[in-house]
Each structure stands twice: as structure tokens, then as C-alpha cells.
Design a protein around this ligand. Structure first.
Ligand code: PMV
Length: 315
């Protein structure tokens, strides 16, 4: 008799990049983000050979039973938050394998993607498949443990894996480019700690709320205009909007010498516009390019010290 086929469930979530509106989004203004499918987090759940829930994440050197981990450890937190939401207090022996090609602390949504993939795979394994809205809401709870006051943009874009026009607290709005456009993303290699930059911007805001509200307002306007341009397929003005958004982020002290350098290099190599992306002070920058220029811009960024470039088409 053939042995029974073991029950195994896998789920993946992509990385993400913010196009416009980071930081201002925390204060209620819109932001645009898109999935980056070249990098993914994948979670596989299968029946375990020992009692309990065993989590293995070789990329971060983790191999441990759930109850031995701190409850706010990011992977453990995603499991706890899901089980508690489902009202499940004991599980059969489980093995949860987490792998990810999304760089950590780089503004590419690694934490949110891992949470989403865990919640999605485990809920399916437990025969309690959840809608995306619920998966995103649960991943947001994990984000809150680590980022303090996240806007929710990361969990939203990686759950739905579509371009998103995001306004904190509002229901999902996706958008569709009329004409695909190409981005070259480059990593400074310097870890970006979003919580720190969000807190620094908050302190800045407290020094002069009226002034910074005006800046956030302008960034929100850029995000709205950018969405309209993308939907109308007139993406060439997006380059100017990226440049202006970057200048406003510089005013907010969330850029850095390395980010500014890569932004300048991209523009000099023919990009139509460039800006830092995400929390800033490290992590990634993005540049908008004519697809025929993508290889040259990527090459220039690597020569200028970028530790990694990703070329992606938004469609
Ligand atoms: O660093 P990232 O890509 O996770 O993005 C942070 C975006 C912020 O607007 C700075 C914070 C947030 O919660 O939206």
C-alpha cells in the first residue's frame, strides 16, 4: 500500500517598495507602494515529528520550538497572533519553515512579508483560510510590536501584492499603471531602522507642527498627482515628482550621504528621477528609468557602491 502523502502547505509574499509618500503617510497623507516580486518570503507548514510548533528560519539562524521564543520575537508573534485570532490553543505537532530572499532592514518589507506568509500558510494548514483583509490586519498587529506606530502600508502591499494607494485607516485602494514603467532599486547596504527614523520625524514635527504639516501636505499632494500620472500613462513627469519628494525627505533629515550619492549617480546615469525609499538613513533608493537605460543605471549604481540593485517593472 502506498504511504499517505504528507500534508504540506506553502505560501509566499513579495517584497515591496514605496514610490512616494513615506513618513507623511504616518500623519494621514497618501502614499504609493508596489510589490517587488523579484524577492519573496516563503513559508512551508508541515506536520512535525516532535510535539509543539517548531520554527526554522535558516536565513536568520533560527531553529526553535515556539514556547522557547519570546512572545514578541517576530516569527513567534505572527504564529501567536494568528492562533489567538482563530481561538486555537493547542495544535498538532507542526514544522514551520521560513525562507526569504528579501534583504533585512532595507525598506523592502521583509518583516511584513514573512508575517503575511506565516499567517497565510498556517491558516490554510489549519483549514481556516482567511481573506486578505484579515491576513493584512493580523500582520499589522505584528508590525505594531516592532515599529511602534506603523502606517500599515507594508502589510497592505505585501498581502495584496498589487500597487496600492494607501491612506492610513482607509479601505484598500489599488491602482493600475496605464503604461508599465521601470524602476532600478539600489541598496546602500546600510541597515535602515524604520522605528528610529519615524521617531526622529515625530520629534521634528513636535518642534514646529505647522511647518512640518505643510511639508507632509506637499508630499501627500505629490502622491496624489503621481497616482494620476501613472493611471494616465504619462509617467515621464514622475521623475520630477520623485526628485521633489526626495528634496522634501532631505529637509526631514531622513536622507544620508550614501542615499544622496546614489540618487545623484542614478540621475547622472540617465534616470528620469530618483529618491530614497522607506524609512531612510540607509536602506534603498529608487530611480525611474526608461527601460533601455536600466542596465546602464544599475551598473552606475553598483560602481558607486550599491551592494545590490533590482530592476523591476511596475504593471
Ligand atoms: O522602511 P519601510 O520601507 O518599512 O517604510 C517605512 C515607511 C514609513 O512611512 C517611514 C513608516 C510607515 O509606517 O509608513
Amino acid at each position: 500500500m502506498p504511504s499517505p502523502v504528507p500534508y504540506v502547505v506553502s505560501a509566499s509574499a513579495p517584497g515591496k517598495i514605496i514610490l512616494f509618500g513615506e513618513h507623511a503617510v504616518v500623519y494621514g497623507h497618501p502614499a504609493l507602494a508596489v510589490p517587488v516580486t523579484q524577492v519573496q518570503a516563503t513559508v512551508t507548514v508541515s506536520s512535525g515529528s516532535h510535539p509543539g510548533v517548531w520554527i526554522e528560519a535558516p536565513d536568520v539562524g533560527l531553529s526553535a520550538e515556539l514556547s522557547s521564543l519570546q512572545s514578541d520575537q517576530p516569527l513567534a508573534a505572527a504564529v501567536h497572533i494568528l492562533l489567538s485570532d482563530l481561538g486555537i490553543y493547542s495544535t498538532p505537532p507542526l514544522h514551520i519553515q521560513v525562507t526569504s530572499s528579501i534583504p533585512l532592514a532595507a525598506g523592502l518589507g521583509s518583516g511584513a512579508a514573512v508575517s503575511v506568509a506565516i499567517i497565510r500558510a498556517l491558516s490554510i494548514y489549519l483549514a481556516r483560510t482567511l481573506p486578505d483583509s484579515r491576513i493584512s490586519a493580523l500582520a499589522y498587529q505584528v508590525e505594531k510590536l516592532h515599529h511602534g506606530i506603523p502606517s500599515g502600508i507594508d502589510n497592505t502591499v505585501v498581502t495584496y501584492a498589487r500597487p496600492v494607494f494607501f491612506v492610513k485607516g482607509q479601505s484598500l485602494q489599488t491602482f493600475h499603471p496605464k503604461t508599465p514603467f521601470t524602476l532600478v532599486i539600489a541598496d546602500t547596504g546600510i541597515p535602515a531602522f524604520t522605528k528610529e527614523s519615524v521617531n526622529a520625524v515625530h520629534r521634528l514635527w513636535q518642534t514646529d507642527p505647522a511647518r512640518w504639516e505643510q511639508v507632509f501636505n506637499e508630499i501627500g499632494g505629490i502622491a496624489r498627482l503621481a497616482r494620476a500620472e501613472i493611471e494616465h500613462g504619462t509617467w515621464k513627469v514622475l521623475g520630477y515628482l520623485m526628485d521633489r519628494n526626495h528634496a522634501l525627505l532631505q529637509q526631514m533629515n531622513v536622507s544620508s550621504t550614501d542615499l544622496d550619492h546614489l540618487v545623484t549617480v542614478a540621475r547622472d546615469a540617465g534616470a528620469l528621477g530618483a529618491k530614497l525609499s522607506g524609512g531612510g538613513r540607509g536602506g534603498n533608493m529608487i530611480s525611474l528609468v526608461d527601460s533601455r537605460q536600466a542596465a546602464a543605471v544599475a551598473q552606475a549604481l553598483q560602481s558607486a557602491g550599491a551592494v545590490r540593485t533590482i530592476t523591476t517593472t511596475v504593471e
